[in-house]
Design a protein around this ligand. Structure first.
Ligand SMILES: [Zn+2]
Length: 581
């Protein structure tokens, strides 16, 4: 039978290791896990009411199956009751199986709201009230439930994630989490004593990234329904099942109205181990939803289109022209190969990305009046080799990634004083596109604008490329996808997400930073101060949302960083959405 502990006994007792061993070796109880989650969940209603599988038939399988699978992925539209499922799953593991559960949200602030708004009402319900000690009800980040514990954490704070060893990990709003911290969280359930359970839930953003990348590794379950009229079994898709004129869902074969509530989950790849569910608003029974979705589908503004695809259909999406293409890169190539050295008199800039592979990706470019010409694209192993390149190509200014070899980069900057800046991406609060601190030899640049500038230069063929490009160059240059999104706090923002390594794009971006730093030095030397935009057309163009202006601010227009040089703190966090920060 399932474990049922008298709460009085529970609250009065000290939990010993022996007791915990006895608990986990209770095979009969383990056997019960598979069927008991649904029964348990039915005892834990939300304020709006208990689980209703007539209304939400697609939810049933998630409560009936896969409870103790090690891993499970849900790629979903929003507001379909899946967060409620995830919270119940977490609380059930704590309550029934004495598990330590780590539940992660994008931000601490949001987590506190969620704790009050969603979790507290659940644990004040008739059943859970007897399982949660009163002191724990009030604690927003830690809930003791039964013999287990749920920890709730925001993804921004690395320290908050590192201190906890857990049996189960819930990653909620997966693509809004600080992506670099996901592996840290995963290690919390990697220990020998851990049950090693992971649940990934969220709406997708761009393809091959985040939750979509995870979903693609699974058995990819889709909700299939049977047409009453002709008997056709089918998954419900926007393209095949929505009759825009009648505003209803129809059978893809006979075009008769389709009842989406009588269906079942069908795996696209049944032999794969990990379950993955794709949940969309097309599965909701009410016909009202169809009219709303049709309206949403006709939005032209980029971020609203993004919302429709990501949050209504639960599908990845990217705007046309959101990334560089192989054809654009080919068009920027000119009929020459990388020279061994440079003997000319134009300024030469160098951008260096310190890649995870430990090699340094180096981009060296000669700066003409209106355009650049790439002289060198290559990998070097050490800062000594980098020094040789400085001489060989008469580099006037270099910009080097501050991570992860910060100390070596700093020594290098000191060695070439005045010719090397260490670059980091700005925090969200930095208003100016670029700030430069001459004393510290540091520059801080806003990531979105910097990548915009590089992409624009390639597109407009103002950064000429040689014929002999490194093998992974094209793929990496095309990895960054520009996305206009509403973030978890409802603010519209422009950001780049990468669907793979983008070291070459980073190196190119830093080369542009170096070019700006060089121009700034020229101006400083002449004791003249002009605006960034007037000063040079090498510089960063102000990023803008093309279709509308919303409340996205590209920064001040007066180029005032010149008069107000500072590095905005040493926080060094970027906006946290990129692939390999
Ligand atoms: Zn039909």
């Amino acid at each position: 039978m399932p474990l049922r502990l008298d709460p009085r006994e529970h609250f009065g007792m000290t939990v010993t290791d022996a007791f915990m061993d006895a608990l986990s070796s209770d095979l009969e109880a383990l056997d019960q896990k598979r069927t008991s989650f649904l029964q348990w969940a039915l005892k834990v209603p939300e304020p709006r009411g208990p689980l209703n599988f007539e209304r939400w038939p697609f939810q049933r399988e998630l409560y009936e199956q896969g409870f103790d699978d090690r891993e499970l992925v849900v790629m979903k539209a929003t507001q379909l009751g899946l967060s409620a499922w995830l919270v119940r799953w977490a609380l059930c593991w704590a309550d029934m199986h004495a598990a330590r559960v780590l539940y992660i949200f994008p931000r601490e602030r949001q987590l506190l709201d969620f704790s009050d708004g969603r979790i507290k009402p659940l644990i004040l319900g008739e059943y859970l009230r007897t399982r949660v000690p009163p002191a724990s009800v009030m604690n927003k980040t830690l809930k003791s439930v039964g013999l287990g514990i749920c920890y709730f954490r925001g993804s921004e704070a690395e320290a908050g994630l590192e201190s906890i060893d857990a049996d189960a990990l819930c990653l909620d709003e997966h693509d809004l989490l600080v992506q670099a911290h996901i592996p840290i969280a995963e290690r919390r359930v990697g220990g020998q004593d851990s049950m090693g359970l992971i649940r990934r839930v969220g709406f997708p953003t761009i393809s091959e990234h985040g939750i979509h990348k995870e979903f693609k590794k699974t058995d990819q379950r889709e909700w299939h329904v049977k047409c009453d009229a002709c008997g056709e079994w089918q998954a419900i898709t926007w393209a095949e099942n929505v009759d825009m004129e009648r505003g209803i869902r129809v059978c893809r074969a006979c075009r008769k109205p389709l009842d989406v509530t009588v269906g079942e989950w069908v795996a696209t790849y049944p032999t794969r181990d990990v379950r993955g569910y794709h949940v969309t608003k097309l599965m909701l029974p009410s016909e009202d939803i169809v009219a709303r979705l049709i309206e949403a589908s006709q939005e032209q503004v980029a971020y609203k289109r993004q919302i429709f695809h990501n949050r209504d259909l639960g599908e990845p999406w990217e705007a046309e022209g959101a990334r560089l293409t192989a054809a654009m890169i080919a068009a920027a190539q000119r009929d020459y190969t990388q020279p061994d050295a440079y003997l000319g008199s134009n300024p030469v800039v160098m951008g260096v990305d310190v890649a995870s592979t430990r090699a340094l990706n180096v981009w060296i470019s000669e700066q003409g009046e209106h355009e650049g010409r790439v002289l060198y694209l290559g990998l070097v192993d050490s800062f000594d080799d980098l020094a040789k390149l400085m001489d060989r190509y008469r580099v006037s200014m270099a910009a080097i990634d501050h991570l992860p070899e910060g100390r070596l980069a700093r020594a290098f900057a000191n060695r070439f004083a005045g010719r090397v800046y260490i670059v980091n991406y700005a925090t969200e609060t930095q208003k100016d596109v670029l700030t430069v601190d001459d004393q510290q030899r540091r520059a801080s640049v806003r990531r979105t604008e910097a990548i915009d500038a590089l992409q624009e230069r390639i597109r407009s063929q103002r950064e000429r490329l040689p014929l002999d490009l490194p093998t992974d160059f094209v793929q990496q240059m095309c990895a960054n996808v520009r996305s206009v999104e509403q973030d978890d706090l409802g603010k519209v923002k422009v950001l780049y997400r990468a669907d793979g390594p983008d070291d070459w794009a980073q190196a190119g971006t830093y080369a542009l930073v170096a070019a700006d730093c060089w121009w700034i030095r020229q101006q400083v030397n002449q004791e003249e101060i002009t605006s960034l935009d007037a000063m040079t057309d090498l510089g960063f163009q102000r990023s803008a949302i093309r279709e509308d202006s919303m409340d996205y601010s590209p920064g001040r227009d007066d180029g005032s960083y010149m008069t107000d040089q500072h590095v905005n703190g040493y926080g060094f966090e970027d906006d946290g959405y990129s692939y390999d920060e």
